[in-house]
Design a protein around this ligand. Structure first.
Ligand code: PSU
Ligand code: MN
Length: 306
């Protein structure tokens, strides 16, 4: 076992018993939602996964270890510490070697999940190609990670803070399949439709598991995006959210926000500008993803490797 990994008792027991495990990221806790809703949501998401018959493993870097499964005190620490570092692939060695507190992004959580032998990872939204990337070069490391690391990522699509069309083009180039659940359209996080189609609609966990297992059995390493639209009753009106996103993007540009600060800045501004309603949508979609991810983990567990 990898010497940097530290499993919680719950996750260690699940591994020993061969139970399905679902990874969860921690940047969504530290940088994606405000305290205390972040910690509350993290706990509720974990419980949804347990109730569906799988075991949640929230991942973070604490005191020089990749912690796979966090207790209440660790979730609280991540949610309440303003100095928790946002950790992507680039940052992982630094935060481990320096024994800093690190919240893992989609990219870093995929790396840690693969090290821990976890095949399914649930989050809200993935990073992507930013608008204006042709001059800023701002393309999330999440996309490159999806190209190389073999973990299925359940999400509600990507926000239109990003260029959704270019994000899908990038994923196609990198050979990353984009599945959709329950509809042909690729969702846009706050709304159910982005105007783009996913590659393949696979509605049942069994079909999704068969697809994913087949990919990996072919030796085609890399991730799969399982895009699951926000429940209709929690979606935001698209005209309203589009206007708010445009305003947040304008402010980011005016203030010269750069690098890893861009996404957290936009998420926080959107939350403020919607008077917190975007947070309700965010929480609802993550919970729905948790259910879909747990069911996928169960189905994958029942789909043999060879
Ligand atoms: N998008 C969201 N919520 C999030 C993030 C993205 O809707 O919390 C976080 C995830 O951790 C994702 C990261 O991996 O931001 C991407 O950051 P960047 O764009 O700097 O790669
Ligand atoms: Mn970026």
């Amino acid at each position: 076992m990898h010497s940097f990994l530290l499993f919680s008792p719950e996750v260690a027991a699940a591994r020993a018993a061969g139970k399905p495990v679902v990874a969860l990221e921690s940047t969504i806790i530290s940088h994606g939602m405000p305290y205390p809703q972040n910690v509350q949501t993290a706990r509720e998401v974990e419980q949804i996964i347990r109730d569906a018959g799988a075991v949640p493993a929230t991942i973070a870097v604490i005191e020089g270890k990749i912690c796979v499964g966090l207790d209440d005190a660790q979730l609280e620490l991540l949610g309440a510490s303003p100095d928790a570092m946002k950790v992507s692939r680039r940052d992982l060695a630094y935060v481990l070697a320096q024994k800093r507190l690190g919240a893992t992004t989609v990219a870093a959580t995929m790396i840690c999940a693969q090290l821990a032998g976890i095949e399914v990872f649930v989050t809200g939204g993935i990073g992507g190609v930013h608008r204006g990337a042709e001059t800023s070069f701002d393309i999330s490391a999440d996309l490159q990670e999806l190209a190389r690391t073999s973990v299925a990522v359940v999400c509600a699509g990507v926000k239109s803070i990003l260029d959704i069309g270019l994000t899908l083009e990038y994923l196609e180039t990198q050979g990353v399949p984009v599945l959709s659940v329950g509809q042909p359209g690729f969702p846009a996080f706050f709304t159910r439709e982005s105007g783009f189609r996913a590659d393949f609609q696979l509605d049942t966990p069994e079909e999704q598991a068969a697809f994913i297992r087949t990919k990996w059995q072919l030796g085609l390493a890399g991730g799969v995006v399982v895009s699951n639209p926000v429940p209709a009753d929690a979606a935001m009106p698209s005209a309203e959210i589009d206007a708010i996103i445009a305003q947040a993007l304008g402010e980011a540009q005016q203030q010269g926000v750069k690098g890893k600060a861009v996404t957290p800045f936009l998420l926080a501004r959107i939350k403020e500008l919607t008077g917190g309603r975007s947070l309700d949508t965010n929480i609802a979609l993550v919970k729905h993803n948790a259910l879909v991810g747990a069911q996928l983990a169960l189905a994958l567990n029942a789909t043999p490797h060879a």
